[in-house]
Design a protein around this ligand. Sequence first.
Ligand code: UDP
Ligand code: MG
Length: 321
Amino acid sequence: MRSITILLPSYNEAEQLPKTIARIPKHIPCHYDYRLLFVDDGSTDDSWKVLTHAAAKDPHIQAIRFSRNFGKEAAIVAGLLEAEGDAVIVMDCDLQHPPRYIPELLSYWEKGYQVVEAVKEARQSEGRFKRWAAKTYYNIFRELTGLDLSNASDFKLLDRQVVEIWRQMPERANFFRAQSAWVGFKHKSFNFQVDERTTGESRWSTTKLTRLAVDSITGFSAKPLLWISGLGAIFMVFFLVMAIISLVQKFSGTAADGFTTVILLQLLIGGSTLFSLGLLGIYLERIFAEVKGRPRYIVSDRLGDGIKHDSTQRLDSRETD
Ligand code: UDP
Ligand code: MG
């Protein structure tokens, strides 16, 4: 019998969890052994209590709890490092990634695809600005990295072989969508309709989203750093032209009243210097985070049998506990 693990990052979803626990197993074909692996991302509500009760009754339920909120990406990493089974399905625990698509994910996997991705068909209830921002971000990301993530979602099945490769990616700043595109392998995607959230609200603030966008771009491409040299080169040409014009005017006695030009030049140079420094700072911060080598998350509690005990991250985390 093949076994699968459904990986569910969850943050303050106490109200939602019982529904999710009841609903998902109904959609798993009965010839699979399964586990529901919840990663409680430092919830401040009753999530852990709900999970403890559920795990006491149902041996299919496993859970790990973070010592604080480390973010969804960290939760996915933790889940992938812990997950057993021949395949792992990652999905949101608010059921916006509808469990009715699980059989479809599994059927492609049975056909030999090792990364099966469910792609959002329509972004319901999202404002115009959010859609525009998402589109612009994906365009920039594609230009810089060559990876097309437009309309990608975190609703994915990964074969065991891919999960093992994943374990060899030690970087601190993770971006699940892009990393699962980067690893390659036999890949299949199909469209799905996003369901509405039935409880609570989106846990993503604009700040968190912006942070993720910057992290993901700088994590996958160093091209923005090259822009600085490009910017410098353009300025050099511009300055050379300006210098020649100024000298000619000076010697021909027609030198213009240059106040506006000086102010504009100062603003331009000051602005671009600060921007470039900021960009360097972002990369420096990333290097700093990697060099520190702190664990990507800290596990404070565990529930359920069969949770792996051999992952490096786990050892890391234990040292810090
Ligand atoms: N989530 C998480 N940690 C966070 C934020 C969100 O584990 O810091 C989980 C959340 O519980 C949910 C999934 O990630 O299962 C997607 O979050 P949400 O529904 O808020 O995002 P959206 O659907 O708006 O993309
Ligand atoms: Mg959601």
